[in-house]
Design a binder for this molecule. Structure first.
Ligand code: C2E
Ligand code: MG
Ligand code: MG
Ligand code: MG
Length: 274
């Protein structure tokens, strides 16, 4: 009996695939229309100084894409970025977020705005021009824009990476490695490319209170960053305990729900812990 159940007729196996496929293409055309109608919004999450005696000064803010769907409500990047990558829509989405973020940052006194860049966006040969245009249109000084690249972004664009990074350096924007530690070539990147800062992935931060190993990894990253003169942001800080440990370990900057969730306004408001 067990063996019989293992042999499903082909149409039973393929049925769900067709359904998934048609839902996917429906979502894709909805996303395409949303992009055209300007329905991709940018939300912002503050990045704070952990080493200023508890003041938690906001030094930067990360721009995060949101898709406001009339019928469904807010859709998170986890539900549409991959699709946007596959369909090529990511270039337009990324550009919309970049333009909105630069413009919003001009109203923030000295605060840096940090924008995520996808592999496909980064690999385009007009990427440097797109960034220059966003800066020119907004009037934002280039040193107030930070571009967050994941390790895979640079690896996947390996043919263009050096030239594009050079263009971006010339423009004077800051460069960050996002989700540091989760990629497959962290150390190669550190040897080969020049970045300004590392963002330690939240999966490491979330274990530091319980796990000595996680603490050890974070300490190692902090020491490495120090030697290479890179700034460090710890992502995904959710508790006072995590913040305290990071402070003791000498981590300069932090981001996470403990300070603030992403919000539709670029003007930072921090959660008050009294
Ligand atoms: P990311 O760049 O690593 O952004 C940080 C993500 O962690 C955000 O999720 C943020 O809301 C979430 N986060 C921040 N603090 C905490 C915390 O304390 N706890 C937890 N559990 N989560 C926290 P979000 O906004 O859903 O974005 C997810 C990912 O989607 C981003 O990860 C980024 O890789 C991608 N993404 C977002 N916006 C864009 C965009 O405009 N372009 C591209 N290419 N990717 C984007
Ligand atoms: Mg990011
Ligand atoms: Mg990240
Ligand atoms: Mg991430």
């Amino acid at each position: 009996l067990a063996k019989k159940q293992g042999h499903l007729p082909l149409d039973v196996i393929q049925e769900p695939d067709r359904e998934v496929e048609s839902r996917r293409s429906e979502t894709e055309s909805a996303l395409r229309e949303a992009v055209a109608r300007g329905e991709i919004e940018t939300w912002y999450q503050p990045i704070v100084d952990l080493q200023d005696g508890g003041a938690a000064t906001v030094v930067a803010t990360e721009a995060l894409a949101r898709w406001r769907r009339p019928a469904t409500g807010i859709m998170m990047p986890g539900d549409f970025i991959a699709l946007a990558e596959e369909s090529g829509l990511i270039a337009d989405i990324g550009q919309a977020v970049l333009n909105q973020a630069c413009l919003a940052a001009t109203a923030l006194d000295g605060v840096i705005v940090s924008v995520n860049v996808s592999a496909r966006q980064f690999a385009r040969d007009d990427f440097g021009a797109v960034v220059r245009q966003a800066l020119e249109m907004s009037g934002l000084p280039s040193d107030r824009l930070c571009l967050e690249l994941t390790e895979s972004v640079v690896v996947e664009a390996i043919e263009y990476a050096a030239a594009t990074l050079h263009d971006l350096r010339e423009l004077g924007v800051r460069l960050a490695i996002d989700d540091f530690g989760t990629g497959y070539s962290s150390f190669t990147q550190l040897r080969t490319f020049t970045f300004d800062l590392l963002k330690i992935d939240m999966t490491f931060i979330q274990g530091i209170e319980e796990s000595g190993r996680d603490r050890g990894v974070v300490e190692g990253i902090l020491r490495l960053a120090d030697v290479l003169h890179l700034d460090v942001i710890a992502e995904g800080i959710e508790t006072a305990g995590q913040r305290d440990l990071l402070r003791e370990m000498g981590c300069r900057y932090g981001q996470g729900y403990y300070f603030s969730r992403p919000s539709p306004t670029a003007h930072p408001t921090l959660v008050s812990h009294t």
